[in-house]
Design a protein around this ligand. Structure first.
Ligand code: URA
Length: 266
């Protein structure tokens, strides 16, 4: 993914012939295999020729190209890892911890709750008072995609609110709420308890859930993020983190594999 779309900056630019091909059709399978340490490219070609490599369950042939972020590539039935050097952590952020790398006021930061090396950055942000799931990674391309509004990754929140929202209020939350920076996009809203709302949004506007609930007359008393796209974990204790599994990284990459708003590649 990092080779096909830059983490930021223009999408156009000069590319070599092979990179141009990679951009359109994926990368050569032997190149992907070699990069994750299966062997030299020559060795990897031999493995492909011998029928020992499968892609998404089918035996691959020489010349095969793949999207390494989404393809399930196996050598003798064993899946290969994701790109080397990249780490992806899932943190259950407690209240009172700020989503920055460094806080001038000296408050505890999310970066301080995960290993210092390699250096990672939070994917998007949660308010200091908000609890729940937060990704941290050194994968700039994935971060870009997960935080860019055009990819529209769903985030699910559970909000304990003041009062008891009615069905009409839930409908308002679903259909869109007028905020000072414009109306919110359609969302999903369900009542879990008389004063507990589950809200699923795919925008990432500042303090969006708190502002939506406030706008419909039910200020948030407690807010917890419970899902980021395909990633959820009810058993991760507050303040704890774990590495995403290979399958989870693949699922996340698949969730942002295409930009629905991008013009078709010429
Ligand atoms: N919406 C909010 O209001 N706060 C958060 O931290 C995340 C989403």
């Amino acid at each position: 993914m990092a080779e096909s779309v830059p983490a930021s900056g223009p999408r156009s630019g000069q590319v070599s012939g092979e990179d141009a091909g990679d951009r359109h059709e994926g990368e050569r399978l032997q190149k992907v295999l070699a990069r994750v340490g299966v062997g030299s490219r020559r060795t990897c070609e031999d493995l492909i020729a011998a029928g020992r490599i499968t892609v998404d369950g089918q035996v691959a042939v020489l010349g095969r190209r793949v999207d390494p972020e989404t393809a399930l590539i196996e050598v003798d039935g064993a899946p290969i890892g994701v790109r080397p050097g990249l780490v992806h952590y899932l943190l259950n952020k407690p209240a009172g911890v700020v989503t920055t790398a460094d806080d001038p006021q000296g408050r505890p930061t999310v970066v301080g709750l995960v290993p210092a090396e390699p250096r990672v950055f939070p994917v998007g942000r949660l308010d200091a008072d908000t609890e729940g799931l937060l990704l941290l990674t050194n994968d700039g391309e994935l971060t870009h995609r997960l935080t860019h509004p055009s990819y529209g990754v769903e985030k699910e929140y559970v909000a304990e609110v003041r009062g008891a929202p009615t069905r009409a209020v839930l409908r308002q939350l679903r259909e869109g709420v007028e905020l000072e920076d414009g109306p919110t996009a359609p969302a999903r809203a369900a009542l879990l308890d008389p004063s507990v709302v589950r809200l699923t949004i795919h925008e990432g506007r500042n303090r969006q859930v708190r502002r939506m609930c406030e706008a419909v007359g039910h200020p948030v008393l407690r807010l917890v993020r419970t899902r980021i796209g395909p990633i959820a974990d009810r058993s991760l204790a507050p303040g704890s983190w774990r590495s995403l599994t290979t399958d989870e990284v693949r699922a996340l990459a698949a969730a942002v594999a295409t930009d629905p708003t991008a013009p078709p590649v010429a």
